[in-house]
Design a protein around this ligand. Structure first.
Ligand code: FES
Length: 134
């Protein structure tokens, strides 16, 4: 039997810097386990786990997931560079592998939500199906 994923609110869309990234710890593990990247009106969500080596966390400091010009996600362990829209590694030691993408949505009232298993984190009260835009 499968269990439906629940929406989990991470942030207000307007609080995310355009062309910026931010890490989150929705499961309360004591470290950021996923990241959001905003590009204009879009937001992309990935696990903070590099496919090169054992799911290594990628930021070199809090929220530092992008390269200098903000065009790629970077793992600072060995320099892998990932396409923001697809999560595919385009340069570095794991070319062709991908970050694990999460299903993200922005509600009509401006909350960014991801969808997680029910035991992971508080739900996003504002994210009923009819309110979610993609
Ligand atoms: S662990 Fe990310 S590039 Fe090596």
């Amino acid at each position: 039997m499968s269990v439906a994923a629940l929406p989990v609110r991470l942030a207000r869309f307007d609080d995310l810097e355009d062309s910026g990234s931010r890490g989150f710890d929705p499961g309360g593990q004591g470290r950021d386990t996923l990241l959001l990247v905003r590009r204009g009106d879009e937001v992309f969500a990935y696990l903070d786990a590099c496919p090169h080596y054992g799911g290594t966390p990628m930021a070199w400091r809090k929220d530092a997931y992008l390269n200098g010009d903000g065009t790629r996600i970077v793992c600072h362990a060995h320099g892998a560079q990932f396409d923001i829209a697809t999560g595919e590694c385009l340069a570095g030691p794991c070319i062709g592998q991908r970050l694990t993408r999460l299903d993200a949505a922005v509600t009509e009232d401006g909350n960014v939500c991801i969808f997680m298993s029910p035991d992971s984190a508080p739900t996003c009260d504002e994210a009923g199906d009819e309110k979610v835009r993609r």
